[in-house]
Structures are given as C-alpha cells and as structure tokens.
Design a binder for this molecule. Structure first.
Ligand code: HEM
Length: 350
C-alpha cells in the first residue's frame, strides 16, 4: 500500500495534515536518492572505462558473476582489484535501483511516472550487468580483437546511455516534474514525433561508434606520425587490419553530423514552441558549451593518440552531453502539459 493511499479514509484533518507532511518528506528523500543514484552511476561508468583503459577486463578470469570462482577472491592483483571493484560498485548501483523502486512504489500513488522511471532504471541495470557478464563469459576482454567485442562494447555503451536517461527522468519525476506526453498529438508539434526518436537513435549510434573507436585505440595503437598515417595503416592492404581498427574513423565523422542535428533541434524548438521555458534555454546554452568542449577533447584525443586521462574526460563529457540532450527532448514533450510541476506529485491515489 502506498503512503498516500494509506492516508485515505482517515477522517481527522490533523492526521491528514501529518500524513501529507510525511508524504512530502518521503518524496523529498526519493528525489535525493534518485539524484544521488544518477551521480554515483556516472562515476561507476567512468570506472568501467578505466577497467578497459588499464586492460583489467579479464582481472576475474572468464568467470561471471563470481570473480575467478569466488564471491570475494582470496588474492588480488592490481587488475583484479580494478575489475572486482567495478563489479562491486556496479552491484551497489543495483541495490540503489532496488531502493528507488521500493521507495517510489511506497511513496507515490499508482500511475505516478516516477514508478515507471525507477522500474526502467532497475531493468536497465540488470541488462547492463548481463551485457558485461556476456562479454566476460565470451572472452571478449583483455587483448581480444574479435569484431564481436566491438559490437558488445557498443551495445554496453547504448545501454549505459539509456540507463542514464532513465535515472534522469526518475530524478525529475521524483522532484515533481510532469509526465511525458507521448505520442505527441498530430496538431501539436507533430515534428517531435520523428525528431525525438531520430535524435535518440543518432546519439546512441554516436556513443556506440565512440566505444568502438576507444576499443580500436586500445587494441591498435595509433601509428607513429600524424592521424593520416594511422588512417593509411588502418586501411592498408597488408591484410592484417580488422574491422574494429577500420571502424574507428566513423565516430569523429558521425560526431559532426550529430552535433549539427542537435543544434538544429534546439533552434527549431526555440522558434516553433513559444514561449520556450527558461530551463530549456539554459540547458540549450549548456549544450552548446559542452559540444564545443567535446569536439575540442575529441580533436585532442586524435592529436595525443588517446591517453587514458583524456579518454575519461571525453567519456565524462559524453555523459553530460547525453543528459542535456535527454532534458532538451523531455522539456518540449511536457511544455504544453496541463499538469503544473507541483501537481504531478500530489495526484489523488488511484
Ligand atoms: C561531440 C560529440 C561526441 C560524443 C558524444 C562522443 C562520445 C564518445 C564516446 C561515448 C566515446 C567512448 C568512450 C569510452 O568508451 O571510453 C568516444 C570515444 C572517442 N571519441 Fe568521441 N565523441 C564526440 C566527438 C568526438 C570528436 C569530434 C572526435 C574527434 C575529432 C572524437 C574522437 C574520439 C576518440 C579518438 C575516441 C576514443 C578514445 C576515447 O575513448 O576517448 N569524438 N567518444
């Protein structure tokens, strides 16, 4: 029984007032937990990238979910510490997600969007663990140059992005933001019907291509000399280059197209949905800044041949950029909602 529905039928106004206060405190804590889970997961994602950068993916052997056959391995090498701590910290994300589901079902009434957000978060965390586990069990770690590794790494990244989106929506909804209106009514900015899926798909594809590029840089060091020398070597006809190596050039090219698409989207919303909210305008300016930084970091990556620290900076910027894009897509899908922000958390229980 949800906290709100527990109050129904209790007559005394004082009791009802106390119940209302209790409900507000519970929802406030739910929002805090949701924002904390989001921030914590960005750190887990960066640590996951460090597992790859440090070549520690096989630190627990080809065992999963056990580490080298143990819940807690009896001895530790540096690589095992890195891989095991990634498993432990991502396991903790799972516990936070379970907490979110429990708290949202307890503190909000049936049909409240935060319940959906929390359930999606948990589902995507489970999927994230399964994809990571599959990678280990199939031996697509350490020095494996199997093209399937590129695909699994890409799927892992796409799932990570979806997970971040679910966490952001959960946090917004826990804070009282309105439900999504989807599908958009035909009369009401119907272009959003195709623009939102297109941008979501384009960002996921860009991230997946980035993951393949990162893998390519890890497995096949860029050639000495200029990036052109690397390209010549990647596409040389000596028969030794593989798909992962050849695909690394796709990501920077795709980045230019996707960034242009994002700029168009922000501009189109500004001009076609008036008046656009100050939050949208602010998020839009942040997106411009992050795009500029990210393109700079990408170019520096190519110039410096992707040192580990810069890979982490690039991934952190990609996560922030994706979260801003999700926010910028969410806002126009709610701007015409009849639900003001504060009403969304106080719907009558079903
Ligand atoms: C502006 C939008 C961009 C986004 C959202 C983006 C996103 C990403 C992501 C998610 C990765 C994988 C990181 C990982 O798994 O550790 C990556 C890798 C990479 N990206 Fe980008 N990127 C962008 C632009 C660029 C540009 C313009 C360039 C080059 C001119 C570039 C060059 C690279 C390189 C060399 C890697 C592999 C090294 C690394 O992981 O940092 N990126 N990118």
């Amino acid at each position: 029984m949800s906290l709100l529905s527990a109050q129904q039928g209790q007559g005394a106004p004082k009791q009802r007032g106390e119940g209302q206060q209790e409900h507000q405190i519970a929802v406030r804590w739910l929002a805090r937990l949701a924002w904390f889970t989001l921030a914590y997961n960005v750190l887990v994602i960066l640590w996951g990238a460090y597992v790859r950068i440090s070549g520690s993916g096989a630190g627990c052997g080809d065992h999963w979910p056990l580490c080298d056959g143990h819940v807690v391995p009896p001895s530790f090498t540096v690589q095992r510490v890195i891989e095991f701590s990634h498993r432990a910290t991502s396991g903790l994300s799972g516990l936070f997600a379970i907490g979110l589901v429990g708290a949202s079902f307890w503190a909000t009434p049936k049909g409240h969007p935060v319940r959906l957000g929390a359930a999606l978060t948990l589902g995507l965390i489970v999927l994230e663990g399964l994809v990571g586990g599959m990678q280990v069990l199939l031996g697509l770690t350490a020095n494996s140059t199997d093209p399937a590794r590129g695909l699994v790494q890409g799927v892992h990244l796409a799932n990570t992005f979806l997970l971040l989106a679910a966490m952001l929506l959960t946090a917004l909804w826990a804070g009282g933001a309105p439900k999504l209106r989807w599908p958009v009514a035909k009369s009401d900015h119907a272009w959003l019907r195709w623009a939102v899926p297109l941008i979501t798909g384009a960002m996921l594809l860009l991230g997946m291509a980035g993951a393949v590029t990162a893998l390519g840089d890890k497995l096949f060091m860029p050639a000495p000399g200029t990036p052109l020398d690397t390209l010549r070597r990647d596409f040389g006809h000596n028969g030794v280059t593989g798909l992962i190596q050849q695909l690394r050039v796709v990501h920077p090219l795709l980045a230019v197209v996707v960034c242009a698409l994002l700029l168009w989207f922000v501009d189109k919303v500004k001009h076609s949905i008036a008046p656009v909210s100050p939050t949208f305008l602010r998020a839009g300016y942040w997106l411009y800044a992050v795009i500029a930084l990210q393109i700079g970091a990408g170019l520096l990556n190519v110039a410096l041949k992707a040192p580990g620290w810069l890979q982490l900076v690039h991934l952190a910027l990609a996560s922030v950029m994706w979260l801003l894009v999700v926010l910028l897509m969410y806002l126009p899908l709610t701007e015409h909602s009849s639900l003001p922000v504060h009403e969304a958390t106080q719907e009558a229980p079903a």
